[in-house]
Design a protein around this ligand. Sequence first.
Ligand code: FE2
Length: 264
Amino acid sequence: MITNLVDVHAHTIPGVDDGSRNEQVSLEILKEEYSMGMRHQFCTPHMNDRSEMEAIPRMKQLLEHLKAACKADCPELNLYLGYELGPDFDILGAMKTEGEKLTMGDTDYILIGPLFSGQSNNMMDMFYDLQTAGYVPILAHPERMGYYQKDPSILQEYVEKGVLLQVNAPSLMGRYGDTTKHFCRELIDHNWVSFVASDNHRAHAESRMYKGYEYISRHWSSELADRLLIENGLKVINNLVIENEEPLGWHKTKKSFWQVLFKK
Ligand SMILES: [Fe+2]
């Protein structure tokens, strides 16, 4: 039994974004994940521009309410506030003017959600600015974006410059299709991934964190599963530096995985 899973990306603050629509749903998600070993979760509602920061006091209240509501069923669960920030958001400017942290809890880690509609032009500049100011950017679920699938060298540059990648457990299970699944596997094969998270928006009658842990253990190793679903998350919580294995360059030979798979 796994008992210390850390989810760094979930939409479980009720009624504030496209995630859980009420506290009942949030409790359902948390109980399911808790029963299968999750003990820490960063609740990371979407936030795309400064005007949305008005909702932060309400988010804090809702989180405190959620913590109290899940105490009986999930006594050892720890919830932290974070955000999934839009890539065109002037994060540093907003934090300075509003006097409000947009980090994962009280750490230096910042979660950025890429756009599905197309690549944002200034991602590398934004990462650079955040890093220069002492923050550590985490890019959420890049495996789901067609533009990264088509040109992994963009991600390679990010990773080589210290941006951490977080993939979604359901990507590994094929929930978003085979292309995403195989791309996700390749990102892990290349040592580009630092976290596997749930990105839970609603209840699924299964623990995405446990499924992800089990999948990584089976296809790679339990050591890697520990790193991607427990240890690196604990480092975020404790604001410690995450050191990954040397990222591998995107080898053409790796693409033969597809050829092997589809017998082409
Ligand atoms: Fe998300």
